[in-house]
Design a protein around this ligand. Structure first.
Ligand code: C2E
Ligand code: CA
Ligand code: CA
Length: 672
């Protein structure tokens, strides 16, 4: 009491003359009010005040003084500030959400909506603002115009689009869609507290919609555009089920498809055929024209087939040049028609850089239920039929027959084991001596491969070499033979030649020249001690290439013999095309030399040929003294056969031939 009115004011306000101004205003206007201002407490601390000053008059109207009411508003101010802060943060969050958000009151009127909601349905034309209702949101969804969604190389993904199916003007359809959507979701809101679903909009987009209903019946709806997500998911799914090169279904898709077809066929009692298709000459196209050309052919053929497919027909690419098709059918004629169409699609030429590339097809067919009731069985029987078609010169379409089974299965089991036989140490080499007839001197030996199979016992090369050539195992096997023979020969104390058989496959595939050079270097065997035996068929295919390879091998110092001469083409041309170091006269002639004048005449002709070209001739399969003396009389240079020495394991061969030949004693020992 007694203090001046201005003691409530801060020093700054006092200096600014605010106390006087306040009183003046109260006096003149009858009232002074300050909604918020800083005032001082008795202890000098500040507080946020609400102030009201009114003048006081006596009955006669004379001013007596002022009444001042001050309220401490510090707490309220702090609360208000916090609320403002929270609101700002919330607004920020709402505006920056990736989802559209909309708060509805219990009647379905929009109370709050964020900007994202509008963005998601941009172009919708419907006013998404507070006060609008749920149907407005549904109209926005129905009317939104967006890009067509289609992934490159992927089938256009049309998600739902119920409205599209219905007739009428686009506007009518949109309105129908909106009404249906609205009704469905109002029903959902009545029954569920939480709901999440994905809506396929008429414009092709996918919207994830979720509702959370609160106790008073109001609810929050959020929307998210998941089209891109869906598109990526669909693309991944597509890629997992299709072949990248041709776009055709892949094996995994085929498996599912066939399983479904078989289930359906079982229920309906219909038939289903699986057709294995293998392109003929595809490897040659790849080898001759490069892989890009091969790819072009595959793509062209795939496209043709795909464009021909009718309902109930399916094709997948399941390997390099292997396809498998499925055909649901009732009458055999439908199946024949389908396989004929496949053959046409494959055999029409593919034009490439001015070339016409042509392949053919070998087709194997197995039919449910006769040839198998399960997928695996059908597929493996289809394969069997296809292999037969591939091996046959006359038939390009083969149906599965149960007797193909056993022989073929056995063959394939053996082929599978070939690949592991090297690592399992199941191969060994035998050596058979080659002798100069005139001197009786052992001049070399032929290296012959044997397979000690753990269950089947000893297998002769004639029973597995063709198999190894077919499946490609001949490449590692041939390499093993060459390396092992050179290694062993390099350690002998007698520097005799070794003669190693080469498969045509080794010449057309793999890098033979490098391999030979490498093996010689590795093993230290003198190149002059190695001879390679090739058959005529080796240089029939790609003649120029084969001759080039042979020339380069010969340049290393290795000699080349032509094997089994007289049985194949035996053209003079072959002999002239390459400077062979030896002609190996096939043993069938020797077997007949005593009895058949014709055999004798052929031997005589070949010996004369050898002489005129200055190529020594070796007679194979000499079994009797008579044969040997006849050959000697005809002037044959060398001989090989059971008479002179059987193919023997290395140890026996060393003992038998390290010093002298078995039959024909020579003047000097061969170890010089
Ligand atoms: P080939 O090159 O004509 O080998 C000679 C075959 O005649 C050998 O059969 C040998 O045992 C047999 N033989 C030798 N002297 C006589 C005889 O006096 N009478 C009769 N009847 N036969 C005789 P083998 O070892 O069963 O080899 C068969 C074929 O397997 C070989 O025929 C050759 O084409 C192939 N072969 C063997 N080893 C290899 C190899 O390492 N690589 C390749 N690619 N083929 C091989
Ligand atoms: Ca041979
Ligand atoms: Ca031979």
């Amino acid at each position: 009491m007694g203090a001046h009115f201005s003691c409530f004011y801060t020093p700054e306000d006092r200096a600014a003359g605010l106390p006087e101004q306040a009183l003046r205003q109260a006096r003149e206007a009858g009232r002074f009010a300050a909604e918020g201002c800083w005032r001082l407490r008795k202890d000098g601390s500040r507080f946020w005040a609400h102030v009201l000053i009114t003048p006081i008059f006596d009955r006669k109207g004379k001013q007596l003084g002022y009444a001042k009411v001050t309220r401490d508003m510090t707490q309220q101010k702090a609360d208000a500030e916090r609320i403002a802060e929270v609101t700002r943060t919330l607004d920020l969050a709402l505006e920056n959400m990736s989802q559209g958000l909309c708060l509805f009151d219990p009647h379905g009127t929009i109370i709050l909506i964020n900007r994202r909601m509008d963005e998601i349905f941009r172009g919708a034309g419907a006013a998404l603002v507070p006060g609008a209702d749920f149907l407005t949101l549904c109209r926005a969804m129905a009317g939104a115009r967006e890009r067509e969604i289609a992934a490159p190389g992927v089938l256009a993904i049309r998600l739902g689009g119920n409205a599209q199916a219905e007739a009428g003007q686009p506007e009518d359809r949109a309105e129908q869609y909106a009404q249906a959507l609205c009704e469905r979701h109002r029903e959902i809101l009545r029954r569920h507290q939480q709901w999440r679903s994905v809506e396929a909009l008429p414009d092709g987009r996918a919207i994830a919609l979720s509702h959370s209903v609160m106790a008073d019946g109001s609810w929050v709806t959020t929307c998210e555009d998941v089209t891109e997500q869906r598109r990526i998911e669909a693309k991944i799914q597509y890629m997992a089920r299709h072949d990248g090169l041709t776009g055709l279904p892949n094996r995994s898709y085929f498996n599912d498809y066939l399983d479904e077809e078989l289930q359906r066929a079982q229920k309906q009692g219909t038939r289903v055929a699986t057709l294995g298709i293998d392109l003929d000459c595809f490897k040659e196209i790849n080898d001759l024209h490069g892989h890009a050309a091969g790819d072009t052919v595959l793509r062209a053929v795939s496209q043709r087939i795909a464009s021909q497919l009718e309902p109930g027909e399916f094709i997948a690419r399941i390997g390099g040049d292997e396809f498998i098709a499925v055909k649901r059918f009732e009458r055999q004629a439908e199946l024949s028609d389908f396989s004929a169409r496949l053959v046409t699609c494959v055999s029409e030429p593919v034009r490439l850089d001015g070339f016409d590339l042509t392949t053919g097809a070998s087709i194997g067919i197995a039919i449910y239920p006769g040839d198998g009731t399960h997928r695996d069985q059908l597929v493996s029987n289809t394969d069997l039929a296809m292999y037969r078609a591939k091996g046959s010169l006359s038939e390009s379409i083969c149906f599965y027959e149960s007797r193909m089974d056993e022989a073929e299965r056995e063959r394939r089991a053996l082929a599978g084991e070939l690949w592991t036989a090297i690592a399992a140490n199941q191969f060994v080499l035998d050596y058979q001596v080659q002798t100069a007839i005139a001197s009786g001197e052992a001049i070399g030996c032929e290296v012959l491969l044997r397979w000690h199979h753990p269950e089947r016992g000893l297998i002769a090369p004639d029973s597995f070499i063709p198999l190894a050539e077919e499946c490609g195992a001949i490449l590692p096997i041939g390499e093993w033979v060459l390396r092992t023979a050179c290694q062993q020969a390099a350690q002998w104390t007698f520097p005799r030649k070794i003669s190693v058989n080469l498969s045509p496959v080794q010449i057309t595939h793999g890098n033979l020249v490098t391999l030979v050079a490498q093996v010689l270097e590795e093993t230290g065997l003198a190149a002059g001690r190695l001879e390679l035996e090739i058959t005529e068929s080796t240089i029939i295919g790609d003649k120029e290439r084969a001759l080039d390879i042979l020339r380069r091998i010969k340049a290393l110092g290795v000699t080349i013999a032509i094997d089994d001469f007289g049985t194949g083409y035996s053209s003079l041309d072959t002999l002239r095309s390459f400077p062979f170091d030896k002609i190996k006269l096939d043993r069938t002639f020797i077997a007949e030399i005593s009895d058949s004048q014709q055999a004798k005449a052929i031997i005589r002709a070949i010996l004369a040929l050898g002489q005129s070209l200055a190529i020594p001739v070796l007679a194979e399969g000499v079994e009797t003294d008579e044969q040997l003396s006849l050959l000697q009389a005809e002037g044959c240079d060398e001989a090989q056969g059971f008479l002179l020495g059987r193919p023997q394991p290395l140890e026996h061969f060393r003992r038998a031939h390290a010093v002298v030949g078995p039959r024909l004693v020579t003047a000097q020992t061969p170890e010089r």
